[in-house]
Design a protein around this ligand. Structure first.
Ligand SMILES: Nc1ncnc2c1ncn2[C@@H]1O[C@H](COP(=O)(O)OP(=O)(O)O)[C@@H](O)[C@H]1O
Ligand SMILES: CC(=O)OP(=O)(O)O
Ligand SMILES: [Mg+2]
Length: 429
């Protein structure tokens, strides 16, 4: 494996900071393995000017959904048909923005903020992207094989379109750097671990940070006063234990493969399974990587990775879908119990991301039977569909259970704007 580099990130160039002060818009690109989510925001009031998504990149059935939010009667637009790669996807996004007079050539654009999944040991803060920073993000590809390549393509394409504009990387790993050594270290030979920088990094940190803060606000408290278990359940899924606003443990590890059962990833597994697959089943390391990252989790268990489809199949009496759901829930419940023990006192358990925000049956099953721990849902509140942050626990429950929609893009925009305008250096980040 490639060693994970350590050093200090570069400061914001003063010229870029001065230019950014006059402009107030930030474009955020959240490039996933097969998708790009994006938002254009005006940072004077953090309002959205346009939002969108490109999904199923690389397939015949790619889809771009773009929603301008300026002016009256602005309507959602859709494009379908093959989009070969992330570079093509971003060019299509730029065209859609230009169509609404919000093009990347706008002098009002202060910066582009990029989600970058793995920042290794080096990047613990939002960082202005230089060729050298980009080279380090590329160097980390072996430890985020599904994500960092897309992030790099996104950055290179955006830089080619606006080479003069500051571009900022906001790292999924950053929020987790507060974990104590006892949580971050694996119990393997210390020298080997240190030489190769093998440790728990954790991911989805931007989401865990945003959601834990919003949960504190929902409880009417300061983040420093509350202990929260955050369950980020999207296609990738991770849990974290957040004590007083600081991450103390998280389920993803050196790579985003560890922890919960995910859409296509196995999550926790006995490492000896990999030796067995190599020695006994004759699979290559690349084949095992592909099996665990892309053909496991829900899709490996039942052929579908979308919780909507799995719920539908369960209702039809499909046994494989039922078993996949049960395995998913069993793992989730184990992490709730584990992080309860890690935190000692829990104020809230919060569900977020595509599954966490939308799948009431997942929330119900994950919390079922945990009344002794102080967890109980209100069935009616759990069934409500809403885009608002809300509490769904029973009034008598000692611990709040909440649903808080994540907003990685807003968090990235705020961190990006603070960095390029120098606000973060003035202590306003
Ligand atoms: N209405 C819904 N009901 C149940 N699950 C849903 C719903 N909408 C989305 N999901 C789940 O959310 C997943 C996507 O979550 P998301 O957080 O957008 O993931 P990612 O950012 O990893 O692409 C889908 O694969 C699906 O399983
Ligand atoms: C880190 C990770 O798993 O991200 P995503 O959920 O976007 O795949
Ligand atoms: Mg996501």
């Amino acid at each position: 494996m490639t060693a994970i580099p350590a050093a200090t990130p570069p400061a914001t160039p003063p010229a870029a900071r001065a230019a950014a002060r006059a402009a107030t818009r930030v474009l955020v690109l959240n490039s996933g393995s097969s998708s790009v989510k994006y938002q254009l925001l005006d940072m004077r009031d953090s309002s959205r000017l346009a939002v969108g998504l490109v999904e199923r990149i690389g397939e015949e059935t790619s889809r771009l959904v773009h929603t301008p939010l300026t002016g009256d009667g602005a309507e959602k637009r859709e494009r379908t048909g093959p989009i070969a790669d992330h570079s093509t996807a971003l060019k299509a996004v730029a065209e859609e923005l230009a169509h609404d007079g919000l093009g990347l050539d706008s002098p009002e654009l202060a910066a582009i903020g990029h989600r970058v999944v793995h920042g290794g040991l080096r990047f613990t803060e939002p960082t202005v992207i230089t060729e050298e920073v980009l080279a380090e993000v590329e160097r980390l590809i072996p430890v985020a094989p599904l994500h960092n390549p897309a992030n790099v393509t996104g950055i290179r394409t955006a830089r080619a379109m606006r080479p003069d504009l500051p571009q900022v990387a906001v790292f999924d790993t950053a929020f987790h750097t507060t974990m104590p050594e006892a949580a971050a270290r694996y119990a393997i030979d210390v020298e080997t671990a240190d030489t190769h920088r093998i440790r728990r990094y954790g991911f989805h940190g931007t989401s865990h940070a945003y959601v834990s803060r919003r949960t504190a606000a929902l409880l009417g408290k300061d983040p420093s006063e509350v202990n929260v278990i955050v369950l980020h359940l999207g296609n990738g899924a991770s849990a974290s234990a957040v004590a007083g606003g600081r991450c103390v443990d998280t389920s993803m590890g050196l790579t985003p493969l560890e922890g919960l059962v995910m859409g296509t990833r196995s999550g926790d597994i006995d490492p000896a399974v990999t030796f067995h697959l190599k020695r006994v089943a004759g699979m290559s390391v690349d084949e095992i990587d592909e099996l665990l990252n892309k053909k496991s989790g829900l899709v490996g268990l039942c052929g579908d990775n979308d919780m909507r489809e799995i719920s539908r199949r369960i209702e039809e009496g499909d046994e494989r879908a039922r078993l996949a759901f049960d395995i998913y829930i069993h793992r989730l419940k184990k992490y709730i119990g584990a992080y309860y023990a890690v935190l000692g006192r829990v104020d809230a358990v919060v569900f977020t991301a595509g599954v966490g925000e939308n799948a009431a049956p997942v929330r119900e099953a994950a919390v079922a039977g945990l009344e002794e721990l102080g967890l109980a849902l209100d069935a009616e509140l759990n069934a409500v569909r809403s885009d608002e942050a809300r509490i769904i626990s029973a009034p008598y429950a000692r611990i709040a259970v909440a649903v808080v929609p994540t907003d990685e893009e807003l968090e990235i925009a705020q961190q990006t704007f603070a960095l390029v305008t120098g606000a973060s250096e003035a202590g306003n980040a």
